[in-house]
Design a protein around this ligand. Structure first.
Ligand code: SF4
Ligand code: SF4
Length: 357
């Protein structure tokens, strides 16, 4: 699903974890920009930081945030997934942005994005990392937050019209959205689980894009010094994902097709299916083999990455983002209950019928 028919519940408030995750994510492109500028002059890094702060705390705050429901609903200081604890120095302005406000926000954002480009174009690797970091930031927000966000005035908002109308009609404007189908409110935790029954092509594109940032940094670090070892790395990665993981982990997953010759999940869509489906949870031995394969794939490029500090940084941050994002947004909606990372609570699994392997 990621279902068009079963929308996720709206996010009425953000937790400290949301703020940590999104601020960490947002800092990555700034860090890459700052590294490029710092090679030349620390003074310009200070100017870059000043431009970013001016955008976030004055321009965006006044011309965009004042129309956002998280800003309007918070008292005294703002409480949202990006900013928290910043005093509401501007008065709230419910309703749409004026064309002047839109123009000011766009004009304020441009210098922030473009400022480091002068230094980045001298180093294609940093420029690539900068573009990928911003692309991943926006793609991830669009996939997982914009579909549940109360900032209905934001141009990136993707909350379906019916859900928005229902929310606006509701009196106390809190968790009043009707849940339907297999969408379940996880009792006590305030967390909601809307099971993902199947993966779409866009899920596959997103997760392979994230995976490629990891593999590319590793492959580049190895390839710089040895083509032979690069081929060995590529073989190890293919062997792990195509044979080892497929046999010992994927065959037990409910997303693994019982019929047909190809896989259809968000990671391996379109890959040939070599084994038959085994609809029962994987045993400890199988999990141990899969984990060992993963550890080999992760640590294999380390000796080469240690020689290339920037690629080591990109590799470590990409792995961290991969794990954090999948854990936050996928493992809580995944029907593979036999996976050790699965976060669907026991009572919700029971309600679902414990169908997941
Ligand atoms: S709709 Fe998306 S981009 Fe806009 S404020 Fe909400 S989460 Fe941020
Ligand atoms: S629980 Fe998470 S890690 Fe495990 S199969 Fe599902 S999405 Fe992947």
């Amino acid at each position: 699903m990621s279902s068009p028919c079963i929308p996720l519940p709206l996010k009425t408030e953000h937790s400290a974890r949301d703020r940590l995750y999104w601020n960490f994510f947002n800092m990555i492109p700034f860090l890459i920009g700052s590294i490029a500028i710092a090679r030349d002059s620390l003074k310009w890094v200070a100017v870059y930081i000043g431009i970013a702060l001016f955008f976030f705390l004055i321009i965006e705050f006044r011309f965009a945030c004042t129309h956002c429901l998280y800003y309007i609903r918070s008292k005294g200081c703002v409480k949202c997934m990006m900013l928290s604890g910043v005093p509401k120095i501007f008065k709230a302005r419910p309703g749409p942005h004026s064309p002047f406000e839109k123009a000011m926000t766009a004009l304020g954002a441009l210098p922030m994005f473009l400022f480091p480009v002068y230094w980045l174009i001298r180093d294609p690797l940093l420029l690539g990392a900068y573009i990928v970091a911003w692309a991943l930031f926006f793609l991830t927000a669009r996939r997982y937050e914009c579909i549940r966000c109360l900032n209905f005035e934001c141009p990136m908002n993707r909350v379906p019209a019916g859900v928005k109308d229902e929310f606006e009609k509701s009196d106390d404007r809190s968790e009043k959205i009707e849940l339907s189908g297999k969408e379940l409110l996880v009792s006590g935790s305030g967390r909601c689980s809307s099971f993902k029954m199947e993966h779409k092509f866009k899920d596959f594109l997103y997760w392979n894009f994230v995976t490629l940032t990891i593999l590319f940094s590793a492959g580049l670090a190895i390839g710089i010094s040895s083509t032979g070892w690069l081929l060995a790395y590529i073989f190890t990665v293919f062997f792990h994902f195509n044979v080892l993981e497929q046999r010992f982990f994927c065959t037990h997953c409910p997303y693994f097709p019982t019929e047909g010759k190809k896989l259809g999940c968000m990671m391996n869509r379109g890959w040939p299916k070599h084994f038959r489906s085994r609809p029962c949870p994987p045993g400890k031995f199988y999990l141990a083999i899969t984990s060992l394969g993963f550890l080999i794939v992760i640590f294999f490029p380390l000796p080469w990455l240690l020689e290339e500090p920037f690629l080591l940084g990109t590799y470590s941050v990409s792995i961290l983002l991969f794990l954090l994002t999948i854990w936050r947004y996928e493992c809580s909606r995944c029907i593979y209950f036999g996976c050790p990372f699965n976060r669907v609570p026991a009572e919700v699994r029971k309600e679902f019928g414990n169908n997941g392997s």
